[in-house]
Ligand binder design. Sequence first.
Ligand code: MOS
Length: 728
Amino acid sequence: MNPATKHVGSPVSRVDGPAKVTGAAIYAADFALPDLAHAALVHATIPHGRIVAIDTREAEACPGVLASMTHENTRRLPWHPRDPRPGVDPKAGERLHVLQGPEVLYDGQPVAMVVAQTLEEARAAAARIRVSYEESPARTVFDPAQGRAPSEASAEAGRPGETSRGDPEGALAAAAVSVDATYVQPREHHAAIEPHATVAAWEDGRLTLYDKSQWVGNVRKEIAHVFGMEEDAIRVVSPFVGGAFGSALRTWPHVTLAALAAEKVGRPVRLALDRRALFTNAGFRPLTHSRVALGATADGRLEAIVQEATGQTSSYEEYAETVLDPARKLYLCANVGTRYRLVDMHVNTPCPMRGPGAVTGELFLEMAMDELAHALGMDPLELRLKNYANEDPDSGRPWSSKALDECYRRAAERFGWAERPREAADRRVGREIMGFGMASALYPAHASKAKARVTLYANGAALIEAATSDMGPGTYTALSQVAADALCLPIEQIRVEIGDSSLPSAPAHGGSITMTTLGLAVADACRRLRENLGAAENGGDLVARLHETRRDAVEALGESAPSEGSETHASAAFGAVFVEVRVDPELGQVRVARIVGAYDVGRVVNPKLARSQCIGGMVQGIGMALLEEARFDERLGRVTNASLSDYLVPVCADIGTLDAFFVESDDRIFSPLGVKGLAEVALCGVSAAIANAVFDATGLRIRTLPITPERIVMAEVERGRARVRQGS
Ligand code: MOS
């Protein structure tokens, strides 16, 4: 076996697994600094207006209270603008200036804070702060008719209001067969188990933040801008992240609050958001409505794709998503038109959530493709194959690699798609009816710049350092694998230190870019270390070489940048998802019996972790299809199910057989490591495939997610009424 690929490609178990299961892994709120004080927040109870009075006297008299903070006694911070804005922030509008004025822009906005000796004392006192408001008319109703075009800044960032290729409307009108429907994806929350939390500590004008973060470098920069400080005076530490899915990409207001609190009381302060506060103090996947109209020839060739989407954003920032990219990229079609609109509401600002844009867009598009297949009397898989795009239809560039056809073929075979029962009698299992659905998945591959440092010690140990995070996919493990191969060392001798802004800079740990950037930077650092030692390009005993040079240690800094191929080619991860559901038509209950997914993500660094990513995506897709929905009371402007008992996510009992496997494409055009990125693609298409399977079982098109028992029963009732009206 070539030693250079001994670990990469192997199902190495998580190197941080023992630390996680024994509790040795330290998360943001776990940093128990000496003399730690605790903060609790008070949240606005109106969606729009201003604070006219705020009475903190009773709170201040409570035991253990060190300080209470409101807009009346909090110092004004500079909030310097960021230029350019970080990629994870909205492109227009201005971030929430917390505790800087009396304005209330959404229900749940932090309006006061208490710092006390203990968490219980802080919470008890916070409950005694009395806030009086003057309410203003609030936009709490999502009306797509009120949608406006995105700003120029959003358009420039790839979220244009309109795009058109060919003659979409003309082709749609002329098409032999067409479908045209509107779909709804609700507001969804990341619902990670670890809450957002920050421990802030000042010492001699220097600030250390222990924070839940997918991008420590950005937290440092943001807080430097908010406080008007030098970046060098701030350190952000985030060694472990207990799930994030995009919610920890931005720097949310509570980080500023924690720093303000610690400054005020002259002690380190912990501010951990409670579950309810997570729904309004961090972002969410925005409620989005979409019309999809597809036109095809009688034999199923796509003639027109028209997709319009309207998403919600806040009143103070414009968060826009690439919902319509899949319409332009997924299938071969000469006539494609998209239209994107935003509705400004008195809610907190949405943010990326796993597969932002693509997951939403593909939910709608892939449900519509299923409707088209049905209208054509064609197999849904055959319709996808018929419209397969051998190059990126959007840019006209060749794909750096694309094995989606193999994904379709092999997943269909493994699933038994061709043999699935079609006759009603064969699909009845007791009370339940079997249904089968499928969908395509595409998530664009991204690359960015990163740095990493490697140090080899005379005792044979090597240290890898970079400022990236690990929110769960296995950064510690995958970087260890890359380094072990590049240094020809046993993986046990590699130690990885990440999640600290004082380490070599890394981009956001998001967008499925960590291996395409950090993996490459680590490989580059190892290559340079070999050079420093005057060692051969491959193999050889580097430790022996180090001894020969009579040094205790040698280090090297490596870096990575997007490949030349990423300029000349289009790149994406692909997948094909097949689902079997069982529907109880009387109870309206849907069970997902099994999911088979085949994925082309380039080279697979670690099949064990990669499979784990994919079945995790399937579980999240089940949640999206059947359970997840933030309920928004339009009168109050409030999320009413802001808890994990009411905001439903799948539990083990909801999960059937999950089967994920890989069709490797080893994409050396996109990345010298061969990888295209894996995380987001695992959620793409899953919810659409489930919805399509529900239709297959019941003949009901539930176009508003989640597909709850109530919605199935109501759709059944509607169908019965329609039959009566038609006299059939
Ligand atoms: Mo992902 S939404 O980039 O964490």
